[in-house]
Design a protein around this ligand. Structure first.
Ligand code: PEP
Ligand code: MG
Length: 919
């Protein structure tokens, strides 16, 4: 038997860089942080970087594990690195004759600009300041010391008021600029600052340089959990356990005279993407002077005049780094007595417009591939480019009324109106309006259609307001619970901000952020047609993606819009939306009032029974209304088939419960009661009330809707089938190429689908016979939106050519959350309290995706070629699109304005999936 002695793997806590060689490199971001990895990489690339070392993020995590203490092994490795640095430079930290000064800087794996702390000029005390003076001059040395005390006191020792002490001292000396202070004045001020620190900490300012360094390192580690950093990470969903690295870097001085300077610059303009150096610099200054705006820094181009040779070198290094990192860089640099040092390089943050231009330009110059260009654009940036935005400057000063859910992006400005009819009236007078409702219902559609934007107090990401707003491309803030709306007074007030507005007041709604402002903020418009570079990126995306991108559209104009954005079909045409156009509601109501009676009478008649004269009348009324509806719908479908000529159009038969087409029960009750009090209600109103009552359900979303409705009142299926197929015939006759797919909603049991199919096929046969030789073709499919439907998808697939996942309902029924109420109630609080990681009506929940995967596998087990798509709101959400790719759907369908985003997201999902497979 042999024994092995385990040698513990030694963790390396500190990585050195200097003299053209570094222990780390760019791939070590996780360990060294972005800054440390960048300094190492630049050193290795022969770029001038002041030498130093990086203490790893693992050391930071260890620091927290040890309750805020540094492990001995970390301290000893750090000490070794310091000795190595001192040896390399021939200077020592704390050496009065030849002192080494260092900066101590944070640097996390994911960029968190300005969120953590930095200490400069560390290593100065009453002795070393003299040594520094000998290396430079008295004034410079005391200025550096003064800065160090101020920074160290504020950042490491949490002493407030040091800037006030300094400003007061400047005032007393009668100077405005720091540069006007002489050595004696600076020495006196340094003394005052140290006294201020001592007063607050009750200890003398630390003169021991080793203590200074240890405290500064600990302070940087501690700043990882500082309020600012934690808030930033929460905002940008950066994990809290990454930790920050600490970079200890030899000080180089940009404030050693007019041949010195410091600055920050981007290798391309981060606003426009133009290929010009963009940034600022200051001569005779230290880094924080630029950031703090102590002096107005000239544009970087000025450097070409001030120091042409250094400028050339800087430009060359910028290009080298851009090529090296294959991306635009954000650079920090210092020039010490004519010598350039690079202090930081990182990928530059940029606007959406710049991101797209830069990606296209970099493909053109061969820096990156088309795939990389596609991978680099964030879906949100595409969205931004397609929507009007508020002018960022104006928005900063705007008065915020409230914040709700960012339900449909873009900026809308208009006068507040509180009723859909009022919206139409105001718009008729040439006004722009924002429709403000407690929540919207299909009855408000006409108001939403004419409004610039929509604001609701209740309802979430799949609420009526949100779904319709996205579909018609209007900005919408939904579920703004703090907004107390008084329809009677036509006014609203935020319970949080207290800001109120009334009908006619200008308000501005930001559907991208969920904010609502008082007044009319200026906007910046966007037009897809003009966005050549964006279109190029999307064309490349089309070449990469596996899934198709279809659209949810109910009208020819929406279909045409979506097609211009690149939609490859209609994945959901909600036919019931057509029931509300113009004066159709009256026809629909006429049919609904007698629907049940007429259906019963027809069934009895079909069974051979005699029906009464009253019943005959009901049947006649019902049939007449349905015939009108059929004709109107046929016209609608013709329009849609024409707009989508040659592309598939999935038409879903009626889905919502019938009461949705009738007036609200309470409103009708009030109307009838009032009329009765005043002498008597009309027969029509009384009958309407009785019908509304008879159709009333406690849980309408779980009630008589979808395929259930079609099976109870088969004429709905019949007339819609005829309307679709006759539209197909008409368009074919006119030379078009309509591709019809008929979809049945809310199927939970295969028998529901089989029964509906039988009804529909009988009708189709009749249409075919009457078609006079024209081929009548259609595919027959179902939505999978009821959990039982998903779990029995193998059985359902026997009856279906295609499935489309209705993830709005599937989410509702999987969680048991009402999609109409949950977001206005507990759901957003759940997300805030992290009970749920995100809103499952916005981003597909993993369990819901799991159910879909079961349905995909089961469906394909019965019918391998079955076509699978999604038409719930998740079809336009990038994260959900990634999940759809993993599940193996054939296409996603989303509202027209989300089509470009979905094209990009589908391509990125394909790339991510391929990368995962290769791993
Ligand atoms: C769904 O439920 O996801 C769906 C698309 O249907 P609707 O939103 O019309 O219920
Ligand atoms: Mg549904």
């Amino acid at each position: 038997m042999s024994t092995t002695i385990e040698t513990p793997v030694r963790v390396k806590w500190v990585y050195f860089f200097g003299d053209g060689a570094a222990e780390g490199n760019a791939r070590m971001r996780d360990t060294l942080g972005g800054k440390g990895a960048g300094l190492a990489e630049m050193t290795n690339a022969g770029i001038p970087v002041p030498p130093g070392y990086t203490i790893t993020t693992a050391a930071c995590r260890q620091f927290y594990e040890a309750g805020g203490a540094l492990l001995d092994s970390i301290v000893s490795e750090e000490d070794d690195a310091l000795r190595r640095l001192e040896k390399m430079l021939g200077r020592r930290l704390g050496d009065p004759a030849n002192p080494l000064l260092v900066s101590v800087r944070s640097g996390s794996p994911l960029s968190m600009p300005g969120m953590m702390d930095t200490v400069l000029n560390l290593g100065l005390n009453d002795e070393t300041v003299a040594g520094l003076a000998r290396q430079s001059n008295e004034r410079f040395a005391w200025d550096a010391y003064r800065r160090f005390v101020q920074m160290f006191g504020r950042i490491v020792q949490n002493v407030e008021g040091l800037d006030v002490v300094f400003d007061a001292a400047k005032d007393k000396a009668g100077v405005k600029q720091d540069t006007e202070l002489n050595a004696e004045q600076l020495q006196a001020i340094t003394d005052q600052l140290k006294k201020h620190v001592q007063k607050h900490t009750e200890k003398p300012f630390p003169t021991d340089v080793v203590t200074q360094l240890e405290l500064a390192i600990k302070a940087v580690f501690s700043s990882w959990m500082g309020r600012r950093a934690v808030d930033y990470r929460n905002q940008f969903k950066i994990p809290h356990d990454l930790g920050t690295a600490v970079n200890v870097v030899t000080m180089v001085f940009g404030n050693m005279g007019d041949d010195s300077g410091t600055g920050v610059a981007f290798t391309r303009d981060p606003n426009t993407g133009e290929r010009v150096l963009y940034g600022e610099y200051l001569t005779n200054a230290q880094g924080e002077d630029v950031v703090a705006g102590i002096r107005t820094a000239p544009k970087i181009a000025q450097m070409a005049t001030d120091m042409p040779a250094v400028f050339d070198e800087f430009q060359r290094i910028g290009q080298q780094l851009e090529r090296h990192y294959r991306d635009v860089q954000d650079l920090e640099f210092t020039i010490e007595r004519g010598k350039l040092y690079m202090l930081q390089t990182r990928s530059a943050k940029r606007t959406a417009a710049a991101a797209v231009k830069i990606a296209v330009d970099m493909v053109a110059d061969g820096t990156i591939s088309e795939r990389e260009a596609v991978a680099r654009i964030e879906p949100a940036q595409v969205d931004q480019l397609l929507r009007a935005q508020f002018d960022p400057v104006a928005r900063k000063d705007a008065k915020r009324i409230a914040k709700g859910l960012n339900a449909s992006p873009g900026a809308a400005v208009g006068r507040a109106v509180f009723d859909a009819d009022d919206a139409v009236e105001w718009v008729g007078r040439g006004e722009k309006v924002v429709l403000v409702r407690i929540e919207t219902s299909p009855d408000d559609f006409h108001g939403m259609a004419v409004a610039q934007g929509i604001l609701t107090a209740r309802g979430g990401a799949t609420s009526h307001a949100a779904v319709v707003a996205r579909q018609i491309g209007k900005p919408c803030v939904a579920g703004c619970a703090e907004l107390l709306i008084d329809y009677g007074a036509k006014s609203a007030r935020s319970s949080d901000s207290g800001v109120a507005f009334k009908e006619g007041d200008w308000i501005s709604v930001d559907g991208t952020t969920g904010e609502v402002f008082l007044g009319a903020l200026p906007t910046v418009e966007a037009r897809f047609e003009d966005q050549t570079e964006l279109k190029t990126i999307l064309d490349w995306a089309d070449g990469i993606r596996r899934m198709g991108v279809w659209t949810n559209a109910d009208k020819p104009e929406e279909a045409a819009q979506a097609r211009s954005y690149g939609a490859q079909g209609i994945g959901l045409c909600r036919t019931e939306h057509m029931f509300r156009e113009g004066d159709r509601l009256e026809i629909v109501r006429g049919a609904i009032l007698v629907a049940n009676r007429a259906t019963r009478a027809k069934a009895r008649r079909a069974a051979g029974a005699e029906i009464s004269a009253d019943e005959q009348q009901d049947v006649a009324t019902f049939d007449a209304a349905m015939a009108k509806l059929e004709k109107l719908q046929q016209g609608d479908f013709e329009g849609i088939f024409k707009a989508m000529d040659g592309l598939p159009v999935v038409i879903r038969l009626i889905d919502p419960p019938l009461h949705e087409f009738l007036p609200n029960l309470e409103e009708q009750l009030v109307k009838v009661t009032r009329a009765e009090d005043a002498g008597g209600a009309s027969e029509a109103d009384t009958e309407l009330l009785a019908t509304i009552r008879s159709l009333h359900e406690q849980n309408p979303m779980l009630g008589l809707r979808g395929c259930r409705l079609g099976l109870m009142i088969p004429d709905f299926v019949k007339i819609q089938t005829r309307a679709i197929l006759n539209a197909e015939i008409a368009v074919k006759k006119a030379g078009g190429n309509p591709i019809a797919k008929i979809m049945i909603p809310l199927v939970g049991h295969v028998n529901e689908l089989a029964a509906t199919r039988a009804l529909l096929e009988a009708e189709a046969t009749a249409v075919r016979e009457a078609a006079g030789g024209i081929d009548v073709e259609y595919k027959f499919g179902t939505m999978i939106e009821v959990p039982r439907g998903a779990l029995t998808a193998d059985e359902i697939a026997r009856e279906a050519d295609f499935f489309s996942f209705g993830t709005n309902d599937l989410t509702q029924m999987t969680f048991g959350y009402s999609r109409d109420d949950a977001e206005g109630g507990f759901l957003l609080k759940y997300v805030e309290d992290k009970i749920l990681p995100y809103n499952p009506f916005q981003t597909l929940d993993d369990a819901v995706a799991g159910l879909m995967k079961i349905a995909v596998d089961k469906g394909r087990s019965t019918k391998p070629g079955i076509e699978l798509g999604i038409c719930g709101e998740h079809g336009g959400d990038p994260e959900s699109i990634h999940k759809c790719e993993r599940i193996g759907l054939d296409y996603v369908s989303c509202s027209p304005f989300r089509v470009p985003v979905a094209r990009l997201a589908a391509a990125q999902a394909a790339l991510a999936n391929a990368a995962e497979r290769d791993r």
